[in-house]
Each structure stands twice: as structure tokens, then as C-alpha cells.
Design a protein around this ligand. Structure first.
Ligand SMILES: NC(=O)c1ccc[n+]([C@@H]2O[C@H](COP(=O)([O-])OP(=O)(O)OC[C@H]3O[C@@H](n4cnc5c(N)ncnc54)[C@H](O)[C@@H]3O)[C@@H](O)[C@H]2O)c1
Ligand SMILES: [Zn+2]
Ligand SMILES: [Zn+2]
Length: 369
């Protein structure tokens, strides 16, 4: 079928919205009619070259929609099912899936290549070329064909437009606090960078029972929004946060710190670890350029204070277990989703959406179809 998509071509530095040809679903795959796609910062890292990305590629990895057609051998889904697309698929039987760490699924090896799990052949074509898809999803298009292992079936009462947010940003931020940092009742938590991911970490920390949640962001609007979502304090920089956290904790410092700034660089680790108490845990979530192999840290402080640094991909979430649980928290009113979406855009306005994101005018932008 013919549809359209926002594509990043070799040598171009913005999304090009154009007509594409989409193939039928192959064995194990489904065609999804998307309701919306969130504008995650990671797609912009692909544009800027900070995230290694195979080109040409259809952007977008935060989507939800309705299954329209299923290919041969699809057993878990049927037309009409509502699904969230998980930006990391789960095969269900590799060593990692079998031991409850499906976020590390061996499918991870094919995600960056952007070509279908089943046969590695592109399903979408434009200008005579096969197109890759961001996280195997390519949600910057009204339609996509994806493997059933990328789909999580959800209840039909959940608004599909908002459900897309748990496909990346909300799960990544919430899980940063709850799964990876392991925030507990009474904790003091610092979240550095409160955009779509960081403000979801703020919500995760609130729901986990944190006492003090300090939002750090240079943009006033982002700090205000973080306070709406549960931050108890907010400051413009990690340097400003140090005396505040020192006062709040009588010199102990934060139990958990979470890095969700736009892009992480090596010099950002030192102030983050200064904010983290002895025996505390720092959770690194932001994308960092793969060429960065050094980070500043006082080694002896890390060693003798028994501080922990943990990584985070997709909030350590198991999509089939955790995404429906997040949507249940939305249903009960505890997890705010509508409040994250400042502005919606048409697909044609995707570059405008990213300009607004980078200028700090919006929290999460969303393309609606
Ligand atoms: N690990 C994962 O699985 C995963 C998943 C999704 C996104 N990410 C990454 O998480 C990061 C955040 O994504 P997002 O969509 O929320 O981005 P965003 O642009 O919405 O938010 C980033 C925020 O960081 C702030 N910021 C920038 N530099 C800062 C600094 N030095 N101190 C404090 N705040 C600072 C910005 O003002 C902005 O508000 C990005 O790097 C993104 O690629 C990682
Ligand atoms: Zn993302
Ligand atoms: Zn697996």
C-alpha cells in the first residue's frame, strides 16, 4: 500500500516527509494503523549523529495503534487489537528473556540495523531504496509493519494516543526510578534533565514513595512541569542542587540520582556522584556519543563510599509485564500521561516539533494521525 513517512536520508539533517510503499506483513508480522507517535529525543540523536543509525531510516519509536492485518503464523494478535509498540522487542525464549531481563533480549543485536527480525529485508521503500526503521518500528508514519514480538496488546479503554508514551519515554523514566535506581519510601532522589523521560522518572519516584524529589533542568518550563508531576524542589543545575540536597539531607546527600539530560558527556558524572550519598545509586539513562570513553569520577570516593553506577535501557522493563501495569496506573490516576503532552503535530510538522523540543517550549511533542 502507499502511505507516507518521515525519513532521515544520508547527508540530510532533517526529516523528509514523503510518499512510501509499504509491503504486506510477512510471517510473524502485523500491520498497525498508528494513532500517534511521541517525539523522543533519541530520534534527534540519530539526526545529529550521536546515536549510530543505519540510513536511510524512518524515524519514530514511541507508538500505539490498532492491528489491521496479520501475516501468516501470527498467533498472539488479531485485527482490531489495540497495541503499544515496544522499542525493544522481546523474543520470550533467549537467555535474557527466560531469566526475566527481556530488556536485554538478543533481538537487541538487530535493533540498530533497523531491518526486520524475520528476514532482514526492508518492508518500506522510497526513491527506489529500502528503508530501515527506528527500533524496528518507524512510527513517524500512519502505518507500519512490525513483528508481533514488538507489540504489547493493551485494554481498549486506554486512549491510544496517550498509550504510545509508554512505548519508550514513560517506561524508560518510570523504570529508571523504580527498577534501576530502586527508589524506596522516604528516599531523596535527584533527577537531572526533566523532559519526557526525566519527568517520568519524577513520577516513578513519587509513586515509589520518595520524600524529596529534586528536579534539575536549566529550562524554567521543564522545572515547573516537573513540580506539577511530583518534584518537591527544582533547580537549574547540578552545581545548584549540591547545597540544596546537602541541606535537605543534613549532609547525607541523595539516596538515588537519575541522569536523564538531553545528552550525557563525561564531565557530567562528577557532579552526579557528588549528589549521590555513600552507598547510594546513580542511574545513567541519557544517550551518550559512543566515542566518549572517559568520564570524570573521584575513583577513591566511588570505592570507599561503595557508590553504585547502573545503566538503564527502557527502564529495565519487561514490556509484556510492565507496560500494562503502567497503563493501569494511568487508569487509576496515579501516573499522569496527558500532562506530558504539551502540543500535538501533524506528520508534516515533525521538524517543527523537534525545534520546539530542543528550544524547551514543550515537554513531550506528539504526532497524531
Ligand atoms: N536509555 C534509554 O533506554 C533511553 C530511552 C529514551 C530516551 N533516552 C535518552 O534520554 C535522554 C532524555 O530524553 P528526553 O526525550 O526526555 O529528552 P528531552 O529533550 O525532552 O529532555 C532532556 C532535558 O535535559 C535538560 N538538560 C540538558 N542538559 C542538562 C544539564 N546539563 N543538566 C540538567 N538538565 C539538562 C534539557 O533542558 C531537557 O529539559 C536523551 O538522551 C534520550 O536519547 C534513553
Ligand atoms: Zn525513546
Ligand atoms: Zn529474548
Amino acid at each position: 500500500m502507499k502511505t507516507e513517512a518521515a525519513i532521515l536520508w544520508e547527508g540530510e539533517k532533517q526529516w523528509s516527509v514523503e510518499e512510501v510503499e509499504l509491503d504486506d506483513p510477512q510471517p510473524g508480522e502485523v500491520r498497525v494503523k498508528l494513532a500517534s507517535s511521541g517525539l523522543c529525543h533519541s530520534d534527534d540523536h540519530a539526526v545529529k549523529g550521536d546515536l549510530p543509525t543505519a540510513l536511510p531510516i524512518i524515524g519514530g519509536h514511541e507508538g500505539a495503534g490498532v492491528v489491521e492485518e496479520v501475516g501468516p503464523g501470527v498467533t498472539r494478535l488479531q485485527p482490531g487489537d489495540h497495541v503499544v509498540l515496544a522499542f525493544i522487542p522481546a523474543c520470550g525464549h533467549c537467555r535474557w528473556c527466560a531469566s526475566g531481563e527481556s530488556v536485554l533480549c538478543d533481538y537487541g543485536a538487530v535493533i540498530m540495523g533497523g531491518l526486520p527480525i524475520s528476514d532482514g529485508r526492508p518492508r518500506t521503500h522510497a526513491r527506489g531504496e529500502g528503508l530501515k526503521r527506528m527500533s524496528l518500528l518507524g512510527t513517524f508514519s500512519p502505518y507500519t509493519v512490525v513483528h508481533q514480538d514488538s507489540c504489547v496488546k493493551i485494554d481498549e479503554d486506554i486512549p491510544l494516543e496517550l498509550a504510545s508514551l509508554v512505548g519508550c519515554g514513560v517506561a524508560t523514566g518510570f523504570g529508571a526510578a523504580v527498577n534501576r535506581a530502586q527508589v524506596g519510601p522516604g528516599d531523596t532522589v535527584v533527577v537531572v534533565g526533566t523532559g519526557g523521560v526525566g519527568s517520568s522518572a519524577v513520577q516513578g519516584a513519587r509513586i515509589a514513595g520518595a520524600q524529596n524529589i529534586i528536579a534539575v533542568d536549566p529550562i524554567v518550563f521543564r522545572r515547573e512541569q516537573a513540580e506539577v508531576l511530583g518534584a518537591t524542589h527544582s533547580v537549574a543545575s547540578m552545581e545548584e542542587a549540591i547545597p540544596l540536597v546537602n541541606d535537605l539531607t543534613r549532609g547525607v546527600m541523595a539516596d538515588k540520582t537519575i541522569m536523564t539530560a538531553s545528552l550525557m558527556t563525561g564531565d557530567m558524572l562528577m557532579p552526579l556522584m557528588a549528589l549521590t550519598r555513600k552507598g547510594g545509586r546513580a542511574c545513567l539513562t541519557s544517550v551518550a556519543n559512543p566515542n566518549i570513553t572517559n568520564a570524570d569520577v573521584v575513583l577513591i570516593d566511588l570505592i570507599l563510599s561503595q557508590k553504585e553506577i547502573v545503566g538503564n535501557v527502557f527502564g529495565g522493563c519487561n514490556p509484556h509485564a510492565d507496560l500494562p501495569r503502567l497503563l493501569a496506573l494511568y487508569r487509576s490516576g496515579e501516573l499522569k500521561l496527558a500532562e506530558l503532552v504539551t502540543k500535538t503535530y501533524s506528520l508534516d510538522q515533525v521538524n517543527e516539533g523537534y525545534d520546539d523540543l530542543l528550544d524547551g517550549r514543550i515537554m513531550r511533542g506528539m504526532i497524531t494521525f
